[in-house]
Design a protein around this ligand. Structure first.
Ligand SMILES: Cc1cc2nc3c(=O)[nH]c(=O)nc-3n(C[C@H](O)[C@H](O)[C@H](O)COP(=O)(O)OP(=O)(O)OC[C@H]3O[C@@H](n4cnc5c(N)ncnc54)[C@H](O)[C@@H]3O)c2cc1C
Length: 447
């Protein structure tokens, strides 16, 4: 018997895959008796905001991930295709028909028992104490007692109740004629940090645009007191024209090789992964709307043509610092039998969350057969997401990530042409995924 908590994207996929493999599943979903602040119905797999499952183009990161999910037996993606509505290149769905269909499929499944009840820490302890397998897939709006329990289990510092995420850029799109590599006062590895140097005019123009940019309003259930210590840069800049220059963008300890002088201000970039294919903008948390955010950040010297793979956000989101506390197959290192799936692991988005539900299900199936977990090969879309969740070597502020080109490893040797590089990344992903499927020994490889 597998117990899954949360009938959202991840929990629904996990329950279905396990049940299809013949495992008995108990799925707890609290909606009905208890609502979350964002869900509106009792349906399983409810989409809380947009109705899009991202690009359907197979030659995109989201397209590749969906191809892999379908090959692993996804319920959500084929159901989304069945209930799609016109959405351009995106797989957009009729949200009610979609969620109703998922709810019916899971409710009708002979191997699934759905329990409409809030799962509590006491229930978790009891289940784990008796040797049960438990999957927590309670998402960004996990009920408070369960969130507190996870915080105690992991250590408070490894559980986040808010995302205060700085934007991330694709390293291959940075203007390295302007940006220079240097750690402040040359401490640490020389090229750990990249620096975008501002002169006075550039800084003045940037601050003016930053302060004027449209911001995302707080939702009713978001409490600004959580944001202390991660104040948005536009708020800091609103307090005084030079406040960023003396704070987050301070240039001390830096020397611009083009001028041989300290810049007027500097925005630092820090690698997000071992391969340094992604860099995050250090201390650049923001609530700017995405359109204006892009315009303002492209004013930063060196970022004119940067491809932003993740925009800055500050919103309520429960997630775990997975690289520190989970194995690469998403089981707690300290509590065998306890798995996480979905957004709480540190992926972001409907599709990515659902993908993690499928992933955990396959490990549970293997375990029920006495087999070891098999971690996906790095270049696949799954391997790229799992690498983000398990890379404990890179010093970084771990933050939720959606699937994007920057997560896929660069081809070796490096291909300068962007279009050709993407084709090579996809080809490598496909090969890697097929070899993972073969290793899993479960399904026919996709071509
Ligand atoms: C306000 C908001 C807007 C978003 N907009 C988008 C968007 O437009 N596009 C996008 O791709 N992603 C969006 N996301 C992210 C999206 O929610 C997640 O990516 C996705 O739904 C997460 O899937 P999940 O399965 O991890 O969690 P969820 O889909 O949220 O499912 C978790 C389930 O667990 C249940 N639950 C929680 N605690 C308990 C408990 N103790 N006992 C039993 N059940 C419990 C909840 O009721 C919920 O049904 C948004 C998130 C939020 C909060």
């Amino acid at each position: 018997m597998i117990t899954i908590v949360g009938g959202g994207m991840a929990g629904s996929e996990c329950a279905y895959i396990c049940a299809q493999a013949g495992l008995k599943v108990r799925l707890y979903e609290m909606r009905g008796p208890h609502q979350t602040p964002a869900h509106k119905t009792d349906y399983l797999a409810e989409l809380v905001c947009s109705n899009s499952f991202k690009s359907q183009d197979p030659a995109t990161p989201a397209g590749q991930l969906k191809t892999e999910m379908k090959a692993l037996g996804s319920l959500l993606i084929p159901t989304a295709e069945k209930h799609s509505v016109p959405g351009g290149s995106a797989l957009a769905v009729d949200r009610d028909h979609f969620a109703k269909a998922i709810t019916e499929t899971l409710s009708d499944h002979t191997n699934i028992e759905i329990i409409r009840e809030q799962f509590t820490p006491e229930m978790a302890e009891q289940l784990l104490g008796s040797g049960g397998q438990l999957v927590i897939a309670t998402g960004p709006l996990t009920s408070e007692p369960l969130g507190q329990w996870l915080a105690e289990l992991t250590g408070q510092e490894h559980l986040y109740f808010y995302d205060a995420v700085s934007p991330t850029v694709d390293a291959s799109t940075l203007n390295m004629d302007v940006i220079f590599a240097q750690s402040r006062y040359d401490k640490g590895e020389g090229d750990d940090y990249l620096n975008c140097p501002f002169n006075k005019e550039e800084y003045d123009a940037f601050i003016t645009a930053l302060v004027a940019a449209d911001r995302v309003p707080l939702k009713d259930f978001e409490d600004p007191k959580y944001f202390e210590g991660c104040k948005p840069i536009e708020e800091i800049a609103s307090k005084g024209h030079d406040s960023l220059r003396f704070g987050n963008f301070k240039p001390v300890g830096l020397r611009d090789p083009r001028t041989d002088r300290r810049p007027w201000a500097a925005l630092q970039l820090r690698p997000e992964n071992r391969e340094k294919t992604l860099y995050s903008l250090v201390a650049c948390q923001t609530r700017m709307k995405w359109g204006p955010q892009l315009e303002v950040l492209k004013m930063v010297p060196g970022l004119e043509n940067a491809e932003f793979v993740r925009m800055g956000v500050i919103h309520r989101n429960t997630y775990i610092e997975s690289p520190k506390v989970l194995t690469p197959w998403l089981e707690f290192k300290s509590r065998p039998g306890l798995f996480l799936a979905g957004q709480i692991t540190g992926v972001e988005g409907y599709v990515e969350s659902a993908a993690m539900g499928i992933y955990v299900a396959h490990t549970l199936i293997r375990r029920s057969q006495g087999l070891e977990p098999v971690v996906p090969s790095r270049p696949s879309a799954y391997g790229s997401l799992i690498s983000h969740l398990s890379d404990a070597e890179t010093e970084r502020e771990f933050a939720p990530m959606n699937i994007n080109w920057g997560l896929f490893p660069d081809p070796e040797p490096f291909i300068k042409n962007k279009g050709e590089r993407k084709i090579a990344k996809l080809a490598a992903a496909e090969t890697a995924f097929n070899s993972w499927l073969a290793e899993l020994g479960l399904l026919t490889p996709v071509s």
